[in-house]
Design a protein around this ligand. Sequence first.
Ligand code: NAD
Ligand code: UFG
Length: 339
Amino acid sequence: MSKILVTGGAGYIGSHTCIELLNAGHEVVVLDNLSNSSEESLTRVQALTAKKLDFVEGDILDQHILDHIFHSHRIEAVIHFAGLKAVGESQQEPLKYFDNNISGSISLVKAMERAQVFKLVFSSSATVYDEANVSPLNEDMPTGMPTNNYGYTKLIVEQLLQKLSIADTRWSIALLRYFNPVGAHKSGQMGEDPQGIPNNLMPYVTQVAVGRREKLSIFGNDYDTIDGTGVRDYIHVVDLANAHLCALNNRLNAQGCRAWNIGTGNGCSVLEIAKTFEKVNGIHIPFEFSPRRAGDVATSFANNARAVAELGWQPQYGLEDMLADSWNWQKNNPNGYQD
Ligand code: NAD
Ligand code: UFG
């Protein structure tokens, strides 16, 4: 078993991945500046696994901290979650996103090179695909110019990592293109804890359910979809976390840079989410239709055949599990990790 550096490991997907890494017997070092998370998530990771991890509070832009980590630990691979992800904010403050997500990733791979660590799993996004592609999206389809600066940073980092691995064959890099991560750990003790008003659908729905928000606004009911509302591929965060372990295994004896879609392959509409949430959890979700949100596409779901075939990964959880687990987390922790 090996020692893994997890950047952004205190965040939503990172903390769930730490659980799976520790349960699989890996040692874990987390580097997180806590800009969008709290250390409490890592306390819970350790309580749930009854295992210790090393936590370093710091920034991926800080070369000294990175060098210190690589000198003090025999790191075999890095899973790189650290980044900012608020689409709206990325339009208001592009430089913050370019710096944190692009310069931050460059800073990390420079430190990895100095330390002679060449295995990397990067959190990418389905947003890198060209909007003209028709779902199911597969990895051979062209990437495009994302409609927002957040998505743009993901595309740029993917391209930088691809070029890096061509120039230096010691690199072995997995680009995981996540679709829509939702759900929470079965314990109900860990989950998504967005700051302020949630941008994403699932935390908004659970905050309506818990009474923190009055009603859900459904952005657009005139799309060319099953019921007029947007269709996405929701993936349980524990399945997503496990995809990182599969990707790590794949990269241990491989070279180059390769992309994999991480989604279930099933499209689901916003109305289906609201209705299924009501059915599974027995809670009414009031909603209203409002105008389309700028930059949204009608439909986005994955062809996940490459990940299934090459990574040996298979999603285990269906939509009802995702909605039950999201609610279990929210109802146990109405104010997230602040409870
Ligand atoms: P998150 O905000 O919960 O986690 C990101 C973590 O990175 C946070 O703990 C934050 O404090 C930390 N961080 C941010 N900038 C940092 C820096 N400069 N140095 C050190 N730590 C830093 O987000 P998440 O949902 O867990 O997402 C993890 C990754 O997956 C991100 O890169 C995100 O862009 C990507 N992603 C997320 C989604 C999604 O819908 N959640 C979809 C596609 C891709
Ligand atoms: N939606 C609503 N109401 C809300 C929130 C969302 O109707 O309050 C709808 C959206 O219009 C969309 C669906 O719910 O049809 C999912 O929206 P999310 O914001 O949860 O997810 P997106 O598919 O828009 O976002 C994903 C990733 C981002 C990424 C983005 C790129 O979560 O990281 O794709 O478009 F940047």
